[in-house]
Design a protein around this ligand. Structure first.
Ligand code: SAM
Ligand code: SF4
Length: 334
């Protein structure tokens, strides 16, 4: 499946729910978001059907996200059925990790290939401040559970926000002794910029730490600590994805940098998104969406397919530094 800009689109990110057991400051307002009514959320069998049609069109990789995908009932069965869908080569998940201790083994057995765990700090108090309700030890236990269940790679995604003053070297060092792949992500202007963001201040450019600056900071701190700076990891060691990877000398894992703002990767964008309420979204930063719930509930596969192709045709060339979107990350599926 190619879009009008010649990009091959073979990756679908599916938000399983807009609900979450955290309330991260950069993702949603303190009192949560107005939740989508239950009957507007796609049912598991509707998601399965959409994946079948999408796979026929050339989608090869699926990522399950949210909200928190692990709070969605039936997620293990969904993983199993997506994995068994002809044409799907890869099923992955982005999670805050809290429910992995009880679910990691079953997810692995169901065929989940990879897991990305979101964690922004190793400081318990700061973790609470960022997630508003979460406990650091729960997410750390989730990381252990993912490693124990045999997931490889296990990637750790950290959003960096300047005013949070995260200890980035301490964080990058997670990649040294274990096969963990730490990725730093620039804080993105998604959602209503007046209600999300640090201390309710909303997204501000001043809070974005461009990846090049972050690499310099980590290298300077690493040299000072006698570890030696990051060295390019050569070819992207983990297959696909927009991150640039580095490594500390002799480390088991890698340190990656994802720069949606300072270094657009729109020209290599390969994805469509499905929101929990059944809209296909061609671009994270654009509010244009195409309803696929109605065709999934009342029409044939051909009509479902037409919506996917229309959304494909609407993929913009790039996000043109747009700030703010009507829906926030937990609703779109980050
Ligand atoms: N709840 C799951 C989790 O946190 O991994 C999955 C959904 S969450 C929306 C997916 C990813 O989006 C997380 O890694 C989160 O840190 C990231 N995210 C949310 N808001 C963001 C923002 N404004 N800028 C950059 N990343 C953001
Ligand atoms: Fe929940 Fe993930 Fe958003 Fe945090 S980033 S509030 S864990 S959906």
């Amino acid at each position: 499946m190619k879009d009008h800009h010649g990009r091959v689109i073979d990756y679908l990110r599916i938000s399983l729910t807009d609900r979450c057991n955290f309330r991260c400051v950069y993702c949603m307002p303190e009192d949560g978001v107005c939740q989508i009514p239950h009957d507007e959320i796609l049912r598991i069998e509707e998601i399965e059907r959409l994946v079948r049609v999408a796979a026929d069109l050339g989608i090869k990789s699926v990522r399950l996200t949210g909200g928190e995908p692990l709070v969605r009932k039936g997620v293990e069965d969904l993983v199993a059925s997506i994995t068994a869908t002809p044409g799907i080569e890869n099923v992955s998940m982005t999670t805050n990790g809290v429910l992995l201790p009880q679910m990691a083994k079953d997810l692995k057995a169901a065929g989940l290939d990879r897991v990305n765990i979101s964690l922004d700090t190793l400081d318990a108090e700061q973790f609470r401040k960022i997630t508003r309700v979460g406990k650091l030890e729960d997410t750390l236990a989730g990381i252990e559970a993912a490693l124990e269940a045999g997931f490889n790679p296990v990637k750790i995604n950290a959003v960096t926000v300047r005013s949070l003053e995260q200890d980035v070297l301490e964080f990058a060092k997670l990649s040294i002794d274990r096969p963990l792949h730490v990725r730093f992500i620039e804080f993105m202007p998604v959602g209503d910029s007046t209600s999300t963001g640090i201390d309710g201040q909303g997204w501000g450019k001043a809070d974005v730490i461009p990846s090049d600056e972050l690499i310099e900071t980590i290298n300077a701190q690493a040299e000072e600590a006698g570890i030696g700076g990051l060295i390019p990891a050569g070819k992207n060691p983990l297959g696909w994805g927009p991150a640039k990877y580095y490594q500390f000398e002799g480390a088991q894992g890698t340190v990656g940098f994802i720069s949606p703002l300072s270094r657009h990767f729109c020209s290599s964008c390969n994805r469509l998104r499905l929101t929990a309420d059944g809209k296909i979204r061609p671009c994270l930063f654009s509010d244009e969406e195409f309803d696929v719930r109605t065709p999934l509930r009342t029409q044939t596969d051909d009509e479902v397919r037409d919506v996917l192709l229309t959304a494909l045709g609407a993929k913009p060339d790039e996000h043109h530094d747009k700030v703010g979107t009507e829906r926030n990350m937990s609703q779109i599926g980050g």
